[in-house]
Design a protein around this ligand. Structure first.
Ligand code: FMN
Length: 373
């Protein structure tokens, strides 16, 4: 099958006896003059449009205008739970990134737990970090809507639905990438979020079948997603970040929807980021785990690691969180400092000394006293 030839959806597939096996095992060859094809998932039959799917959002009339209003960000920092609180996002912004995510927070926890809600709200500040998307994870439409209602819409570019997390517990509890096969539920979540009158974006992964991947992405756009971020690895790649990225499937998705698509996966340098955009025709590229050790990966003139760490800690010193978040945040700061300075903290003793610090100011003082910067 050569989906990358041109018109992504000029294909006909026959429905097999079992809808769930159809797309992985019995894909038919593309037929250029066909009218699109039908795709079924979890009991829902969906006809794929042979022309790029228009966005069904009620709040954003033109997703490309929405994108331009936010500076048409070519480079994004992929969401990374436990690593990307605002100081890190500020750091990457100073180094070429134009779009960030407030990393994954449980929609249910935002609804029912004041501490989680307050920590999330403290991590949103459009004077320091904008445009930003707040990523929610869950599977209950009313929880998504309840969480969305707490988010100050004038401070964020939108709400992102996590459909990419492939941790074992995500599958067990039917959220994250498990939603990729639960289309009726996804539609309910999108409809609940649409009631909140806030732009919706979705981060998802690809299936092995290009048709199934295209069908899912079109469905998301039809249901109101104004932007997609697509991680070009399969769900079963889990957290194996060395698995290949399906560039042809990403390109087919980009061609199949009339909204900005951010492609994601496997980028290790600025050149590779540009190459992935070039190969897929995407509006932007998101880089994740490689940014942790090198927050200046997308900066053509990167500062040396000690200078990066100094800027990071300057932002971290100005960051406030509630008491319950302090320990979490201190651990995140130490891990980020360690990753940035991995090749600079030459002695085992210094690494250990950072690990033992009890506060962010203490880390900063230690690194100054040791002449790291
Ligand atoms: C430590 C870590 C935490 C992550 N947390 C999230 C998350 O909260 N939400 C999400 O959608 N993806 C998450 N991801 C996945 C990344 O956003 C990204 O899709 C993936 O790492 C592939 O991009 P990369 O090859 O540039 O790392 C996480 C990845 C890492 C390494």
């Amino acid at each position: 099958m050569n989906i990358a030839r041109g018109r992504f959806a000029s294909a006909v597939t026959k429905l097999g006896p079992n809808n769930h096996t159809l797309f992985d095992t019995t894909c038919q060859p593309l037929m250029p003059e066909a009218e699109g094809f039908t795709c079924s998932e979890d009991g829902l039959s969906y006809t794929v449009s042979p022309t790029p799917q228009e966005c069904g959002s009620d709040v954003v009339s033109d997703p490309w205008e929405w994108w331009a209003e936010h500076g048409s960000p070519r480079y994004a920092l992929g969401p990374m739970a436990g690593c990307t609180a605002m100081p890190f996002r500020q750091l990457v912004r100073e180094n070429g990134v134009g779009l960030t995510y407030v990393a994954m927070v449980s929609a249910g926890a935002v609804c029912y737990d004041e501490d989680t809600k307050n920590r999330m709200l403290a991590d949103i500040d459009d004077t320091r970090d904008s445009p930003v998307l707040v990523q929610l994870v869950g599977n209950d439409p009313s929880e998504f809507a309840g969480a969305a209602a707490t988010i100050p819409r004038d401070k964020v570019a939108g709400i992102d639905v996590n459909m990419g997390c492939s941790a074992a517990k995500a599958h067990k509890r039917a959220y994250g990438s498990k939603l990729m096969t639960e289309w009726p539920q996804v539609i309910k979540i999108m409809q609940a979020l649409r009631e909140c009158a806030i732009p919706i974006t979705v981060k998802t992964r690809v299936f092995r079948s290009v048709e199934r991947s295209v069908a899912l992405c079109q469905l998301l756009v039809r249901e109101g997603a104004v932007c997609l971020c697509v991680h070009g690895r399969f769900r079963d790649a889990g957290r194996t970040y060395s698995a290949p990225v399906e560039v042809d499937i990403l390109r087919a998705i980009v061609q199949s929807v009339n909204v900005p698509v951010i492609v994601n996966g496997g980028v290790t340098s600025l050149q590779e980021a540009d190459a992935l955009i070039e190969k897929t025709g995407a509006a932007g590229v998101a880089v994740a785990h490689r940014m942790l050790a090198n927050p200046a990966l997308l900066n053509p003139t990167p500062p040396p690691p000690p200078a990066l760490c100094q800027s990071y800690l300057a932002h971290a010193l100005a960051y406030t969180t509630d008491v319950s978040g302090q320990r979490l945040y201190l651990n995140e700061t130490k891990a980020n400092v360690y990753r940035i300075l991995r090749n600079t903290l030459k002695t085992r003793g210094l690494v250990e000394a950072v690990r033992k610090c009890e506060s962010v100011p203490e880390i900063d003082s230690l690194l100054r006293e040791e002449g790291v910067y």
